[in-house]
Design a protein around this ligand. Sequence first.
Ligand SMILES: [Zn+2]
Length: 312
Amino acid sequence: MQFTLCPNRPFTRFTLIFFAVFFLIVSCSEPAQQTENTAASQEASNIQTVSASEPKAETPAPEGTNISDALAASETKVADAATILARKQVPILCYHQIRNWTNRDSKSAKDYIVPEETFRAQLKMLYDSGYQTILPDQLYAYLTTGAPLPPKPIMLTFDDTDLDQFTVAAPTMQQYGFKGVFFIMTVSLGRPRYMTRAQVKELADAGHVIGSHTWDHQNVKKLKGQDWVTQIDKPTEQLKAITGKEIKYFAYPFGLWSPEVIPELKKRGFTAAFQLSTKRDPEEPLFTIRRTIASGYWSPGTLHNTMLERFK
Ligand SMILES: [Zn+2]
């Protein structure tokens, strides 16, 4: 209000001019100076704070650290379910077999069987479009603390231990610098057309993540008593022994889950679990992370459109 009197105005009456001059002197000089002084001293104290803190920084900041990284790192508290659900979803693709179709493959099976050339074209599209693969630890940090991700993140996941994931998918991913997540059902290890233990270890050593997909692909909603040991505990132990790494992530066989099974998975040390594309649990979004099956029928363009549509 005081400053509205500062500009010269054509007042006709002497008294008004008198009061205007009086206010001009009182309001535009002293208080303004005080304000400036206050602002200047605040700025000076900010500068002092910054310069005082500089010599204390004994270790250089890690490469690529910026303010948002630092904020994310300091945000140690795990976000609540509503915050996690509000974050933009990262597109997560789920693959099974990667091989050319045969006459024996049914129409519906071809959703789960991606021909080699189709797979290569899908990955090329992702690379050419600027996508970068992320792994579950990065996704977890993003969801729980807001840690930054690459500008166009994507996760590639592979279920059921099929051999072609090792012979076709992994080398194709390597071409583009991509890493993926392999959810293993341990019963099939070493069987014909499935990966061996050594191959699973090779994937883990190459920087891919190994997760659990039960022993023999059971619907976890039906597990009772000892089943939890057979289907969950033992496969986790075995995969840990093979890879030398903690097994923190789980994929529900058939994508089937219920709120009742989530505490069982948490109790057994899992950090997060992946379903297919049904709605996430409002209380447990980390144990109902959505994925979409990348169909063998999809051109790269269809895959891209579907990703944008399904992960918002
Ligand atoms: Zn499966």
